[in-house]
Design a protein around this ligand. Structure first.
Ligand code: ADP
Ligand code: MG
Length: 259
């Protein structure tokens, strides 16, 4: 079944679905700094994985590596069955399948909201302008700001701009959405409107990997939580397992600081 965001929503239980992200023995260094250490993780189609961990633990590097925004030195990454290599065509394929939303919204300031959303589909997907703009309008409707189409980013609030950034990523019809602290730069009163869009997206069947410090969102929306520390996955489990019964000292220490 096609959901409102264009992804296929599966009725089969998560355990029986295909892996859409496969990461095996991933190692990455920045010079001397061993920033990702033997990271192993699979994500099922439609699964929502929240990545937690202290600042500097490698969360951003990890999700940027999934999207080929960072190189890695050892291990294997497969996105929807496509192995990530340094072949440019292959990187392009993977980028088409993965949308990314950053802490800073990175909209093009000199373009209208509609242009911001329709630009990449026109260039990369080779859609006609009409089709791309039609889909951009539908997406603006779905993120709750259809009336902003002709405005410029600077005329919108932070929360609205981040919803545009989500719409822009969705316009490429990705199968996976990666979020890196999407609400960290927002004023507190705007956090909820962005989290609500992300929650709707999760419910629509999108596969999502979300780095966030929003524990309410993590508990409510995540199927699984992974905790990074010093570039390693220290612990993973359901929200209940991780929050109510953490096994590792480092998880307990992290949770005691933020909860
Ligand atoms: P997190 O997102 O969990 O805060 P990051 O992935 O941003 O952590 O960073 C992990 C570590 O890698 C940190 O020590 C950071 O300083 C370092 N780092 C991040 N990006 C670079 C880079 N481009 N060059 C060198 N070191 C980096
Ligand atoms: Mg980060």
């Amino acid at each position: 079944m096609e959901s409102i965001f264009g992804v296929e929503k599966l009725d089969i239980p998560i355990e029986r679905r295909e892996n859409i992200i496969e990461v095996k023995e991933l190692n990455k260094w920045f010079g001397q700094l061993h920033v990702l250490k033997n990271v192993n993780i699979n994500v099922k189609q439609g699964e929502v994985v929240v990545v937690l961990g202290p600042s500097g633990s490698g969360k951003s590097t990890f999700i940027r590596t999934l999207n080929a925004l960072e190189e890695f030195q050892q291990g294997q990454i497969k996105i929807d069955g496509i192995e990530l290599t340094d072949d440019l065509r292959n990187i392009e394929e993977i980028r088409k399948e993965t949308g990314m939303v950053f802490q800073s919204f990175n909209l093009f300031p000199h373009m209208t909201i509609l242009k911001n959303i329709s630009l990449a589909p026109i260039w990369v997907r080779r859609w006609k302008k009409n089709k791309a703009e039609q889909i951009a309008k539908e997406l603006l409707e779905r993120v709750g700001i259809p009336e902003q189409a002709e405005k410029y980013p600077g005329q919108l609030s932070g929360g609205q701009q981040q919803r545009v950034a989500i719409a822009r990523a969705l316009a490429m019809q990705p199968k996976i959405m990666l979020f890196d602290e999407p609400t960290s730069a927002l004023d507190p009163e705007m956090v909820k409107e962005v989290l609500d869009v992300m929650k709707t997206l999760a419910e629509s069947g999108m596969t999502m990997v979300v780095v966030t410090h929003e524990m309410g969102f993590a508990r409510q929306v995540a199927d699984r939580i992974v905790l990074f520390d010093y570039g390693e996955i220290v612990e993973e489990g359901t929200p209940e397992e991780l929050f109510d019964n953490p096994q590792h000292e480092r998880t307990k220490a992290f949770l005691s600081q933020i909860l």
